[in-house]
Ligand binder design. Structure first.
Ligand code: KIV
Length: 271
C-alpha cells in the first residue's frame, strides 16, 4: 500500500484536482539530469522535456530537426533527476503522423525515456491520434495555438487565434481534443481572452505560455527563466534577475505562478 505524502509523484488526477481547487500548476522545461533535479526540487508540478531542446541546447533555428532518438535520450536524462513532478515528453516533428506510428513512438518515450505523459502539437486533425493514445492508457497533452513544428507553414512565431474565425476554430479544436481523450491542453501565444474562453468550455487543465493569467497553469522554457536566451520571447521573464542563484530563481518562478504574479499584463497578448 502506498502512503500519499507531499513528495508523492504528481499525477493526471492531481492536476485535475489543482484545476478544481484553482491552484495554479507550475511547469517548466528541462533537458538533462541536473536540471531535472533542480527543477523538480524547486517544486515544479510538471517537467517538460520539450523539443525546444533543438533550439536552446542544439542551436538549431527551429524544433524541426529534433529526432525521436534525441527526445528519448534527453527524457531518460531528465527522468534520472526528476522524482516528484509529472514528466512529460514532446513527440517530435513527424513522429505521430498516424495512430500506429504515434502509439509505437509514445511507447518508446515512456518505456525507454521514462515519460509519464506525451505532448503533441495538433489541431482537430489530431483527434484520431489522441484517441488511439488515450485508448491505450497513454496520458496526452495537446498543444494548440502557436505550434513551432509547423513554423515553416505558419511563416513565423506569431500570436495565433486572433479574429473571430480563428478563435472559434481553436475553441472547437480544444473541445474535440478533450473529447478524444487529451488529459491537458497547452496553449501557446494565444490572446488572453481566447485562452480564458477555452478554459471555460473544457474540463481538463489548461496550461498557458503567452496565453494570459486565466489558465490553470503556466509553462516556460528553462533557458528563458534563467536569462540564457539571446532574444527571449515577450511572454517570458528572467527569474535569475533578483535571485541569488539558480535554485532561488526556479523557486521564484514557482511562487510567482502559484500566487498569480506571473504572467503580468506585459507578458500577455490582446485580441
Ligand atoms: O518544446 C517546448 O519547450 C514547448 C514549450 C514551449 C511549451 O513545447
Amino acid at each position: 500500500m502506498s502512503v500519499q505524502t507531499e513528495q508523492s509523484r504528481i499525477t493526471v488526477t492531481r492536476l485535475q484536482e489543482m484545476r478544481r481547487s484553482r491552484t495554479p500548476i507550475a511547469c517548466l522545461t528541462a533537458y538533462d539530469a541536473v536540471f531535472g533535479r533542480l527543477v523538480d526540487e524547486a517544486g515544479m508540478d510538471v517537467v517538460l522535456v520539450g523539443d525546444s531542446l533543438g533550439m536552446v541546447v542544439q542551436g538549431h533555428e527551429t524544433t524541426v530537426p529534433v529526432t525521436l532518438e534525441q527526445m528519448i535520450y534527453h527524457t531518460s536524462l531528465v527522468a534520472r533527476g526528476c522524482r516528484r513532478a509529472l514528466l512529460m515528453a514532446d513527440m517530435p516533428f513527424m513522429s505521430y503522423t498516424d495512430p500506429s506510428q504515434a502509439l509505437a513512438n509514445a511507447a518508446r518515450l515512456m518505456q525507454e525515456g521514462g515519460a509519464q505523459m506525451v505532448k503533441l502539437e495538433g489541431d482537430g486533425g489530431q483527434v484520431q491520434v489522441v484517441s488511439a493514445l488515450a485508448r491505450h492508457g497513454i496520458p496526452v497533452c495537446a498543444h494548440l495555438g502557436l505550434r513551432p513544428q509547423s513554423i515553416h507553414k505558419l511563416g513565423g512565431y506569431r500570436v495565433q487565434g486572433r479574429g473571430a474565425h480563428a478563435g472559434e476554430r481553436m475553441m472547437r479544436d480544444a473541445v474535440a481534443l478533450q473529447d478524444a481523450g487529451a488529459d491537458i491542453l497547452l496553449l501557446e501565444c494565444v490572446p488572453a481572452v481566447l485562452a480564458a474562453e477555452i478554459r471555460g468550455i473544457v474540463d481538463i487543465p489548461v496550461i498557458g505560455i503567452g496565453a494570459g493569467s486565466d489558465c490553470d497553469g503556466q509553462i516556460l522554457v528553462l533557458h528563458d527563466v534563467l536569462g540564457l536566451t539571446a532574444k527571449p520571447p515577450r511572454f517570458a521573464r528572467n527569474f535569475l534577475q533578483g535571485s541569488d542563484d539558480i535554485p532561488a530563481a526556479l523557486a521564484a518562478y514557482v511562487s510567482a505562478v502559484r500566487e498569480r504574479r506571473f504572467p503580468g499584463p506585459e507578458h500577455t497578448f490582446q485580441n
